[in-house]
Write a protein that binds this ligand. Structure first.
Ligand code: SAM
Ligand code: SF4
Ligand code: SF4
Length: 379
């Protein structure tokens, strides 16, 4: 069989220059991009390493023993992350999500959460601090994370069947340990726990109903994510995407579902509630979500910026390059200068890849190997 060669172009050496403020400096919190979208959500990647090798994200044949991870000195320190988070909050951010790679691999993460938990939104409210994890280390760490000030957690779990799950994480990790991590998160008092399942047609679509049965009525919200063409290494094919409409159809073959309103603007998931015997939504049975990143673009409401492990800002999950804020931090820039840079970067934002996906030519830069990896900027 011919070997599959997957290009891994390293964008990390080519950050974009930070633009100077193009438009007048706006009152804090009123910043919008070229499409009128505010900045509300900052996703922070704290490591580019992971203990799993999910084929849709960090395929083993690319992320092997020869793969060069970032040296420790390149990573933003906790103090640098907290300073940038504070400055992003000064531009309207209300929610922080720690991600990676696998964020629980970053040593002493609790200390970062403690620092972030001291920050407040522009309105003086507590921040919403959450984390996305594969759950492998959650059993050990849930209590300390909660004590440090983490509010919520999202755990990725692609199957309940142990064989399917071990194959998908590709490091033979057992499903029972992730389930124990979810239980530990719940016991630690972490709120509104979510479980994310990436659905790949022909790989784990037969796990949709078992996953729904398992989490229904537990207070945990299960969300089904369409397999996306992020990065340049996962060999993505449209025929492996199972549209959310099909996920909902499968669920409706067994459960009565009622459409629910979005809780916030910019919410990525379409919500469906389980109906009780009276045919009405029963909060005790809970809800599911579907995230249709491929078949139903939600760029119009996208209020998320992503901070890479080494301090570059990416304006879209499908961006090829980021804006280097670490040089500003380490070059002695003042808070005002960095705030102005964030403001100018966001004001110039035009990104809406998912809306354009179908109409972009296959050879366009956005569709080619120039895209940054998800394990580098975080999901
Ligand atoms: N390691 C952590 C985890 O897996 O939860 C955090 C980082 S991971 C990059 C964040 C999220 O991105 C996970 O829920 C993962 O399932 C999702 N993800 C990664 N690659 C994806 C892809 N190609 N399509 C859709 N979701 C993907
Ligand atoms: Fe690791 Fe998360 Fe990517 Fe899986 S999805 S390889 S757990 S970073
Ligand atoms: Fe946001 Fe880019 Fe995703 Fe559109 S494609 S929703 S702009 S991250």
């Amino acid at each position: 069989m011919a070997e599959r060669v997957i290009p891994l172009i390293d964008q990390r050496s080519r950050p974009l220059d930070v633009p100077r403020a193009a438009q007048p400096f706006l009152a804090p919190g009123h910043l919008v991009d070229t499409r009128g979208r505010p900045l509300r959500d900052l996703r922070i990647s704290v490591t580019d390493r992971c203990n799993f090798r999910c084929s849709y994200c960090m395929p083993k044949e690319v992320f092997d023993k020869n793969h060069q991870y970032l040296p420790h000195a390149s990573l933003l320190t906790f103090e640098e992350i907290t300073r940038l988070a504070r400055l992003f909050i000064g531009q309207g951010v209300r929610k922080l999500r720690l991600t990676g790679g696998e964020p629980l691999l970053r040593k002493g993460l609790e200390a970062l959460i403690e620092q972030l938990a001291t920050l407040q939104t522009l309105e003086g409210d507590p921040l919403d601090i959450t984390l996305t994890t594969n759950g492998a280390l959650l059993q050990r760490k849930a209590k300390a994370l909660k004590a440090a000030g983490l509010n919520r957690v999202t755990i990725s779990l692609d199957a309940l069947d142990d064989t399917v799950f071990r194959r998908m994480n590709d490091v033979d990790f057992p499903v029972a340990d992730v389930l124990a991590g979810i239980d530990a998160a719940s016991a630690a008092g972490l709120d509104r726990i979510k479980v994310n399942m990436v659905v790949k047609r022909g790989t784990n679509d037969h796990q949709i109903l078992p996953m729904a049965r398992h989490f229904r009525g537990t207070g945990i919200t299960l969300r089904f994510i369409e397999y996306m063409d992020v990065g340049a290494t996962n060999g993505w094919r449209m025929d492996e995407v199972l549209p959310s409409s099909e996920v909902v159809r499968q669920l409706q073959s067994e459960f009565a579902l009622i459409p629910l309103e979005p809780t916030t603007t910019g919410e990525t998931a379409e919500r469906w509630g389980y109906a009780g015997l009276d045919g009405k939504y029963d909060p005790a049975l809970g809800e599911i979500g579907v995230i249709s990143s491929v078949t139903h673009a939600f760029c119009g409401d996208c209020n998320r910026a992503r901070l890479s492990t080494e301090g570059s800002v990416y304006l879209c999950l499908f961006a090829g390059q980021g804006y280097d804020l670490r040089s500003m931090l380490r070059g002695g820039a003042s808070d005002d200068e960095i705030q102005e840079a964030i403001s100018a970067i966001w004001q110039g934002r035009t990104d809406r890849y998912s809306e354009l996906r179908a109409s972009l030519p296959e050879k366009s830069p956005q569709k080619s190997s120039r895209r940054v990896e998800m394990s580098y900027i975080g999901g």
